[in-house]
Design a protein around this ligand. Structure first.
Ligand SMILES: Cc1cc2nc3c(=O)[nH]c(=O)nc-3n(C[C@H](O)[C@H](O)[C@H](O)COP(=O)(O)OP(=O)(O)OC[C@H]3O[C@@H](n4cnc5c(N)ncnc54)[C@H](O)[C@@H]3O)c2cc1C
Length: 441
């Protein structure tokens, strides 16, 4: 009897041992995979976060892996030896899905790192800046994505109303600068509350997402548009979204003044004078800056850049064919544009670095394949230095110059935070090194 019991216990212990060993082996294998991904991300320059990214409190983390599952971008976070860790942190687009999924609130969303600072304007909980009457909503405040911008545009106008509006003759209640998701939501909220307002847009309605050559738009949560309702669009297209904005604005008789760039906001006797590039001036009690962070494309400052053949965005690549094109830049926008243009044109990509280090893995795969297949040419370690009518000059780091025949130039050298514009209006800006976003919807 005793022997039988010993055998049963031994078999049970052996069985448990095997299960534990198999489980530990599985964990080790999974950790090895994550470790290899981290090494790859480091080698490709994707490990270090660029802007908004998750930071995991390892003391609180219960290793549920919910964050890994929830991330729509995949491989931003992984589990390494039982602990949550960052893999391709620079590919994080700030959906905040990991933050919402974590059952123990071990994740915070942080902007910038100890090493890499990000310029952010000062904004209070009510979205007001240090200048009373000037508010900021959307990506300019640091938090990206369409849904967040919509929420903030709405909240900023509501807070403005709570602060109290004193209607005065000949002075508008509000000028909204920028008609991206934040500006559109703010316009609808202003209309809903009967405000006297104007929305000024330097380009055309829609905002950043429409100036990039990417047809798919992803939204991880429904958005609530004032006067329109809840919209559940998860995977949509640019045209579907622009139709939706137009429908929402049209139904509410809101006209956005397009092609009107705001140049300056000057305080005067308790209100503001808003000046446009087109020479108009408006008086307003409040200003909402919903100008995003990519409002002003960075110029190269080289001879010939004012030429008509130079553009800072690509809108209808299918209309461009049989041209000799140079695309400048090595980020996602440059690479995506070059790939689209390469189908029907002769494309040279000029990039000042020696490899594509900060682009989405899919884009990297595609661009390297296109180069390999000789569908386009890439010139690493070069700068575009001169643009002429039928040719351009590219200089390499040793000073060597190459002249190429050329019809069109696309420059994707990033955008400048409109620092001067904000500072002229008195809005303070600080470089944030690892700043935790307090509210994240
Ligand atoms: C390539 C790419 C893909 C993206 N994909 C997604 C996605 O799939 N899902 C998602 O949710 N988000 C996505 N985003 C992020 C999203 O586009 C932004 O977070 C969002 O558009 C920010 O909205 P916003 O209203 O704050 O600013 P913006 O959309 O940047 O709009 C600002 C507007 O202000 C205007 N403006 C700027 N300066 C002035 C001025 N001085 N006078 C007048 N007008 C001015 C600009 O022309 C622009 O129209 C993507 C971004 C990029 C770059």
């Amino acid at each position: 009897m005793l022997l039988e019991q010993i055998i049963i216990y031994s078999v049970a212990i052996l069985f448990c041992g095997i299960i534990v060993a198999v489980y530990l082996r599985k964990l080790k294998k999974a950790s090895d995979i994550v470790e290899a991904k981290i090494e790859k991300a480091k080698a490709e320059g994707l490990h270090e976060p660029i802007s908004l990214h998750p930071v995991i409190d390892l003391g609180t983390c219960i290793k549920s892996g919910a964050c890994v599952e929830a991330c729509p971008e995949k491989d931003i976070i992984g589990i390494l030896r039982g602990r949550g860790t960052l893999i391709n942190a620079s590919s994080c687009v700030g959906h905040g899905a990991c933050f919402h999924a974590c059952p123990v609130e071990a994740i915070s969303l942080v902007i910038g790192t100890e090493k890499r600072g990000v310029d952010l304007p000062h904004v209070s909980e009510s979205y007001e800046t240090n200048v009373p009457g000037i508010y900021i909503a959307g990506e300019l405040g640091g938090m990206g994505l369409i849904k967040n911008s919509v929420d903030q545009g709405k909240a900023a106008v509501e807070n403005m109303l709570k602060a109290g509006l004193k209607s005065k003759a000949d002075i508008l209640d509000l000028i909204i600068v920028g008609a991206g998701p934040a500006g559109i939501a703010a316009s609808l909220t202003a209309k809903k509350n009967g405000l006297e307002f104007l929305t000024l847009e330097q380009d055309t309605l829609g905002g950043t997402v429409f100036t990039f050559p990417r047809s798919k738009i992803v939204m991880t949560a429904p958005m609530d548009l004032p006067l329109y309702g809840k919209i559940k669009l998860y995977d949509t297209s640019k045209s579907e979204l622009i139709d939706l904005w137009n429908d929402a604005l049209g139904k509410n008789n809101i006209t956005i003044r397009e092609k009107t760039k705001v140049e300056a906001i000057v305080p005067e006797n308790g209100h503001f004078i808003v000046k446009t590039l087109q020479g108009e001036t408006f008086k307003t009690q409040n200003v909402l800056l919903a100008i995003g962070r990519r409002g002003t494309p960075r110029k190269l400052g080289i001879p010939g850049e004012l030429s008509e053949k130079v553009a800072y965005r690509l809108l209808e690549p299918e209309m461009i064919e049989d041209r000799k094109i140079v695309v400048v830049g090595g980020g996602d926008s440059a690479v995506e544009s070059a790939l689209l243009l390469a189908d029907q044109n002769e494309v040279t990509l000029s990039y000042r670095k020696d490899k594509f280090s900060r682009i989405k893995p899919k884009n990297r795969e595609k661009v390297l394949a296109a180069i390999e297949a000789k569908k386009m040419e890439v010139r690493y370690n070069t700068n575009l230095t001169k643009i002429e009518k039928d040719q351009i000059t590219i200089s390499d780091l040793d000073g060597g110059q190459t002249t190429l025949k050329n019809d069109l130039v696309y420059i994707f050298a990033g955008g400048e935070l409109p620092t001067q514009f904000l500072q002229k209006a008195g809005v303070q800006i600080t470089k944030r090194f690892g700043y935790t976003m307090k509210k994240y919807h």
